[in-house]
Structures are given as structure tokens and as C-alpha cells.
Design a binder for this molecule. Structure first.
Ligand code: NAD
Length: 376
């Protein structure tokens, strides 16, 4: 692991998720930008001292020629560091699990995707919400035509935690997220809008043809957007509306997706993730619950407990890890991944996310006009 040390957020979630299926073991790391703090963290986490590294560069050098070298690295650092870290490990022949957004610039995203293709290295991108079983059920329902032709996609990701200037009050996570050099060009749109955009595309299979965006910065002095509204025209005529906000008071983690077709609609909310609401034309809403035997193979492959025992965020994240493990194994065996490794987010999904942020910021800067994302 690179990053994810003491006081970091997502590294801990990666560690829980990686352990759940016994497919990964944490054996090495450069856990902190401060080497001494990283070593202390490594010792607390039972990492052998000779595999606790001062930096990602020394980790690449230390691991590349070991007979028991790492199979994969998880990159859990701020956005601007993803590209150099991922590139160095790929060039050393190591598979990569990278946080989103994959990079801070479109040039780096293209270069990383190309490098993954050329070298054949696996690059998984942790779009967390595509790990939820009921999201796979939604995708299966759309693809088999239960909703008919899709007309409207509404997706929103509102959060309240940055509703005040906490970046100036010592909040580590908010500090780099509001720094364009570290976060990239898009504030809320890069941080959480990319999740929402990926989720909408993942469930519907639709590709964006054009977007038009309006960004706002409500907290005084903040350098990046903390609220974004984006209209999306999808290929085939469907219309989308995406809202991301870091200033939405009352919203802890309000990711919500609604999809409307000619025959029916679907609704899913991250805070009640075991349920999917399906409504047919003029029908009563039907709640489809996780754990039933008649759900799709992709859904069942991501289900661990019987119906009624709630599963959530950690299990969804571990489903990504299970999928990454299966993808890496299948590649080594020269076969197609099984259902648990089907449709995991990879470098092309990462590239699409960065292209979306770029198009959104360009559109906003040009007065909100329609633009075609470079990759969709
Ligand atoms: P954080 O500030 O909590 O943690 C970052 C960690 O990286 C710290 O331990 C820091 O010391 C370390 N670090 C920084 N530069 C480093 C370097 N060069 N070498 C080694 N370690 C270094 O940040 P966070 O909130 O955990 O976010 C990290 C990444 O995860 C970001 O890209 C963010 O967008 C992403 N993220 C994803 C999700 C998700 O749902 N998938 C959720 C939160 C954050």
C-alpha cells in the first residue's frame, strides 16, 4: 500500500476490504508522506521493518527484485500523486489498484491507460459504489430491458462535511481537496461527481455524448467548486442530470440514482443499499431486496449474508477487491474472469472520469455550453 497511514481515511477501508475474502495480504508499504510516521504505522500493523519504505520510489526498488515481491499495490494517496506512483509500479511489472479520480490531468490519464494496455498490467480503479450487489442488479435489469429504452437518468451525490471552510481549520482531507494542484481542476465534481458519473454509466450502459455544466463555490476563499450541476445528453437520446455538492447540509452520504425508461423506473440510495425500488408504468413500487435467489449471477456473486442481515460499504468495497483478485488471476490463467470479476472498474473507467471532469470545468469556464467529453 502507498498512503493510508495514521490519520488517513480511505487506506483503512482498503485494508478492511482487502481482508474480507483472504485474497490479499498486506506485506509492504510506504504509508505516509512523512517517512518516520509511515514506519511507526507499519510497525503497529505488523509489517516487517525491511518492507516499510521511506517513499514509493524506494518501495518500487525494494520490491521489484524480491522473489516474494508484492503482486499488487493499492494507491491510497491524494489525487496528484496517483500518476507517478501508478506509473512506477506498472513499469516494475506490478499490478495496480488506484484510487479515483485516477489522475489530475487528462494527459496523465491517457498516458496511464495506454501504459496499462501496452504492458498488460491490471489497473483497477476504486469506484466504490459499483461494488454494491443491488447496483449489479440494477445494471442487469436495465440491460435485459425491464425498464424499456432509457429516457432519463438522475444522479446526485450531496455531502455536508465541507459546508464551512474546514480546510483552514486543520482538516487534512479537506486541505488537499481544495488545492487545485493536489485535487485537480474539479472540486466536488472531481471528488464525488466522478463517483456519480461512473455509477450512472455503469447501471445504464449509456455513454455521454455531450455535457453542459454550472459550477459554484459557496465557501468564501475556496479555490475549487463545492457544488456542481451537470446536464448530460447520452447517445441514443437519453437525458441525464448530475448534482454533486460538498455543502449540502443534512446529507451524510446522499448518493442516489434514479433511472426512468419507457416501461419502468429504478431507484437506489447509498444509505439503504440493500434495496432497489422498481416501478412499472402505473404500477405500485416494488422493493427488490438483496439476498434473494432469483437475482442475477453478478448480484449473487457479490452477496455474502442472507436477506435481512444488512451489508454495506465495507462489503461493497471488498467486492471490488474480490473482483480485482479474480481479474488478476484470470489474466494470469489466460481465461475470462468469472462473475465476481465481471465489469470491475479499470483504467478506461478512470480515464472516462478524468475526461468528464475536464469537460465539466471547460463547459463551466465557457459559460455553460455543451461540450463532448474526450472519452466516454
Ligand atoms: P488522506 O489525506 O486521508 O490520506 C492520504 C494519505 O496519503 C496520508 O496517509 C498521506 O500521508 C499519504 N501520502 C500522501 N502523499 C504520499 C506519498 N507521496 N507517498 C506516500 N504516502 C503519501 O486522503 P483520503 O481521503 O484517504 O484520500 C486518498 C485518495 O482516496 C484520494 O485520491 C481520494 O479521492 C480517494 N478517496 C476515495 C474514496 C472512495 O470511495 N473510493 C473515498 C475517499 C477518498
Amino acid at each position: 500500500m502507498v498512503g493510508g497511514g495514521l490519520g488517513a481515511y480511505i487506506g483503512g477501508i482498503h485494508r478492511y476490504a482487502a481482508r474480507l475474502d483472504n485474497q490479499f495480504e498486506l506485506v509492504a508499504g510506504a504509508f505516509d508522506v512523512d517517512a518516520a510516521r509511515g514506519h511507526a504505522f507499519a510497525a503497529d500493523n505488523f509489517i516487517e521493518a525491511d518492507r516499510s519504505y521511506d517513499s514509493f520510489q524506494s518501495m518500487v526498488e525494494g520490491e521489484r527484485n524480491r522473489p516474494d515481491r508484492i503482486d499488487a499495490v493499492a494507491i491510497c494517496t491524494p489525487n496528484h500523486t496517483h500518476f507517478p506512483i501508478a506509473k512506477a509500479f506498472i513499469e516494475a511489472g506490478i499490478e495496480v489498484i488506484c484510487e479515483k479520480p485516477m489522475t489530475t490531468t487528462i494527459e496523465d490519464a491517457i498516458a496511464l491507460h495506454d501504459l496499462a494496455k501496452e504492458t498488460g498490467r491490471f489497473v483497477g480503479v476504486t469506484y466504490t459504489y459499483s461494488g454494491y450487489p443491488m447496483i449489479h442488479e440494477a445494471r442487469a435489469m436495465v440491460s435485459r430491458g425491464d425498464l424499456g429504452k432509457i429516457r432519463v437518468v438522475q444522479v446526485e451525490y450531496p455531502l455536508e462535511w465541507m459546508a464551512t471552510g474546514i480546510e483552514l481549520q486543520g482538516n487534512q482531507q479537506a486541505a488537499w481537496r481544495t488545492d487545485p494542484k493536489k485535487n485537480g481542476r474539479g472540486g466536488s465534481i472531481g471528488d464525488i461527481g466522478t463517483h456519480a458519473y461512473h455509477l450512472a454509466g455503469f447501471v445504464t450502459g449509456l455513454k455521454a455524448e455531450a455535457i453542459a455544466a454550472d459550477l459554484a463555490t459557496f465557501v468564501e476563499g475556496r479555490a475549487l467548486d463545492d457544488n456542481a450541476h451537470v446536464m448530460i445528453r447520452y447517445e441514443g437520446g437519453a437525458r441525464g442530470l448530475l448534482w454533486s455538492s460538498q455543502v449540502a447540509i443534512g446529507q451524510s452520504n446522499g448518493l442516489r440514482l434514479r433511472v426512468f425508461g419507457e416501461k419502468g423506473s429504478l431507484a437506489w440510495h447509498q444509505e439503504a443499499p440493500n434495496e432497489l425500488v422498481f416501478t412499472e408504468l402505473f404500477g405500485a413500487p416494488k422493493v427488490i431486496k438483496r439476498g434473494r435467489d432469483d437475482l442475477s449471477l453478478e448480484t449473487r456473486a457479490r452477496t455474502r449474508t442472507p436477506p435481512g442481515h444488512p451489508e454495506g460499504y465495507i462489503e461493497a468495497f471488498s467486492n471490488l477487491y474480490q473482483g480485482f483478485a479474480e481479474s488478476i488471476r484470470a489474466k494470469a490463467d489466460g481465461r475470462e474472469p468469472n462473475a465476481s470479476g465481471a465489469n470491475v472498474p479499470t483504467s478506461y473507467d478512470g480515464l472516462k472520469g478524468v475526461a468528464f471532469v475536464d469537460a465539466v470545468v471547460d463547459s463551466h469556464e465557457q459559460g455553460g455550453g455543451w461540450l463532448k467529453p474526450k472519452f466516454a
